[in-house]
Ligand binder design. Sequence first.
Ligand code: FPP
Length: 241
Amino acid sequence: MTQLIDKENLPKHIAITMDGNGRWAKEKGKMRVFGHNHGVKAVKDTVEGAVEYGIKFLTLFAFSTENWNRPRQEVNALMTLLISTINKETKTLMENNVKLTSIGDISKLPEKCQKELSEAIEITKNNKRMTLTLALSYSGKWEIINAVKEIIKNKIDAESITENIFEQYLSTKNVPEPELLIRTSGEHRISNFMLWQIAYSELYFTDKMWPDFRRTDLKEAIINYQKRDRRFGRTANNKYE
Ligand code: FPP
């Protein structure tokens, strides 16, 4: 019997580290870029699936601060792919009522990419069904340092800083913490993604390479999440026995 998602216990926010494009391509005797191109199909199906399942926030780790150290040709190919995908898929985002946002050091992206991104963000800004956040030139450590810099620049009194105040300086200030973090490709690492925000996230690892990931895999991850007992440091049922 196929299992169903419990609509009453959905994670509000799912974050995904899309990993394995390069290995997927290599297995097929192709260049790494071939894997990234196919990764776009996975992005499209996953976004549509998340909308279908009623997820309110989806964040995709598309390009890390460390990814700038890849060969120039690969970085260029990824940027070109981003530009063309955002351009082509803005229509799909509108049809699905999805608002696009981004986190990361966007000023580092090529101008064309920044322009395409800001246009799509503007066009989709009133959409309500789901918020899709692309993490671009992003890393958790970068984000935390950035928050500290802003706090100092704003001369905030040290004694007044609480977790809630600190969170106002993170790029995710308008997004709830992800209840579920998915990573593909069999790697069991966080790799500098949302270090602050995943304090209590459930982690889900799958051996599927990102280009093979589809909405059915997302569904499997959500069902797995729904079986977990989230205690946030408390005892089960708050009992002492
Ligand atoms: C990780 O695989 C993937 C990336 C660094 C890029 C992800 C980009 C896409 C899926 C395409 C464009 C995205 C959007 C949002 C339009 P890897 O290259 O690290 O693979 P490997 O670990 O096998 O080398």
